[in-house]
Design a protein around this ligand. Structure first.
Ligand SMILES: Cc1cc2nc3c(=O)[nH]c(=O)nc-3n(C[C@H](O)[C@H](O)[C@H](O)COP(=O)(O)OP(=O)(O)OC[C@H]3O[C@@H](n4cnc5c(N)ncnc54)[C@H](O)[C@@H]3O)c2cc1C
Length: 393
């Protein structure tokens, strides 16, 4: 096998099953990121907890933020597979840019594009696509994480709108958001899964306070506390029907899980490549440590995890594109990708030895950035509950 052929097997280069357009998406996105977000600048942004704005704007300028949106609002009406290709490429280059794009386009933007009124979509979606506005999603609260149905943020009808009060926590990109998609209780007498509604809240409206939180990883898109103190929201910013948000929220969460799993799949490839490069160059006992079979097997295990993760997200995308709800498969992919991502980082860190544990190398960042996967988007325990229920357990 030639060196080029061997190289073909290491990074995000497998194009089997992708259309010419999807290959173009991957290659163009990676090219933009190499130019606007060089690998040696990422650790610096991570240390400063600074959003990769230049890369985000470059992706917007090239039209890639339009992939999940309808053409009549300026989008590209991409398929789920197109979205998977985009997210995998972003996650491969840097999870933080993946997280930033996903939060606006999918986490929060999904509510607007799937359930917003035509007027709301015309107002917001073109600005999202152009990179002019960013969104955040505020569902979780100090008292309700996994148990979303128990949320207590209140929205009370007043005149031609609603008044919102409550505290949200762990809100990714809340500090950057122009609008926050907030889930609130509109009917406190309704049962747990009823009486919830979704609102597009102007992040600069009186009564909104955003407090940055210090997190272990994904520090360039860090989480925030969002306090809503009698915030007025016009009724034109209600997303979907009043009191009927639960099913909409579940539909949005399914796409969110696909997106975050795709980021994790891409990240597995990056970590494997990084560890492999290090192992080939690190000399101990007069030879590269990649000569030791124990390290070869570790790298192979990482490669298997990356490939398995990739296959699981592409399978989900194909099922969704074929019109299936793919609930079970989405939960499986979310578990496989995020757990493989963290395992890859853990093994990769061991391959680097002391360098893996050092803040001078990227591996520690991969390790920290991968740890949120099994927690966010509905924990992996909750995903296992979903699968157990569908298995009739
Ligand atoms: C970096 C980061 C970013 C985030 N971004 C956002 C965001 O943008 N918007 C947003 O709304 N939220 C966000 N979250 C919140 C995230 O969705 C929640 O952390 C997650 O849903 C878990 O909720 P919790 O932290 O309250 O944990 P808890 O619900 O308190 O759970 C604690 C532990 O108990 C387990 N557990 C709980 N209930 C069950 C059960 N029924 N069966 C089995 N195990 C169970 C959980 O799996 C977990 O291991 C973010 C979180 C993090 C860490």
């Amino acid at each position: 096998m030639t060196t080029a052929a061997i190289r073909q097997n290491t990074g995000l280069v497998n194009t089997v099953g992708l259309s010419d357009e999807q290959i173009m998406i991957r290659e163009s996105v990676l090219d933009i990121l190499r130019n606007t977000l060089p690998l040696d600048s990422i650790r610096d942004l991570d240390e400063k907890r600074q959003f990769p704005e230049e890369a985000y704007q470059a992706l917007a300028a090239s039209g890639f933020l339009g992939i999940p949106f309808e053409e009549k609002y300026g989008g590209a009406a991409g398929t789920f597979k197109d979205l998977t290709v985009l997210m995998e490429a972003l996650g491969y280059h840097y999870t933080g840019i993946g997280q930033g794009v996903m939060t606006t386009l999918i986490y929060a933007g999904g509510h607007v594009s799937k359930f917003g009124s035509d007027e709301l979509k015309r107002r917001i979606i073109p600005q999202i696509i152009e990179g002019k506005v960013k969104l955040a999603l505020a569902m979780s609260e100090p008292g309700t994480g996994s148990d979303v149905a128990g949320l207590t943020t209140r929205a009370v009808r007043r005149d031609d709108g609603y008044v919102l009060s409550g505290t949200k926590v762990w809100i990714t990109c809340g500090h950057l958001a122009d609008y926050i998609v907030v889930i609130a209780k509109t009917d406190p007498t309704a049962s747990r899964h009823q009486g919830l509604s979704t609102f597009l809240v102007d992040a600069r409206a009186p009564g909104v306070t955003v407090n940055p939180l210090s997190m272990l990883g994904r520090r360039t898109t860090h989480a925030n506390e969002v306090i809503l103190d009698n915030v007025f929201v016009p009724e034109t910013n209600l997303i979907g029907e009043e009191n009927k948000t639960w099913k909409n929220m579940m539909k949005c969460l399914a796409v969110e899980r696909l997106a975050l799993a795709s980021i994790s799949a891409g990240h597995c490839f990056r970590i494997t490549e990084y560890a492999q490069d290090y192992a080939k160059n690190r000399i101990q006992f007069d030879r590269p440590i990649s000569d030791f079979q124990v390290n070869q097997h570790k790298l192979v295990d990482m490669r298997i995890m990356a490939e398995t993760a990739r296959q699981s997200v592409y399978r989900v995308a194909e099922l969704l594109d074929a019109g299936h709800d793919a609930i079970e498969e989405t939960s499986i992919a979310k578990i496989v990708c995020t757990e493989n991502n963290f395992k890859c980082a853990d093994i990769g860190l061991q391959i680097l030895g002391g360098a893996g544990y050092s803040m001078e190398y990227d591996m520690q960042m991969f390790f920290r950035d991968s740890r949120v996967g099994p927690i966010g988007g509905g924990t992996n325990e909750i995903q296992r509950n979903v699968i157990a229920k569908r298995m009739g357990l």
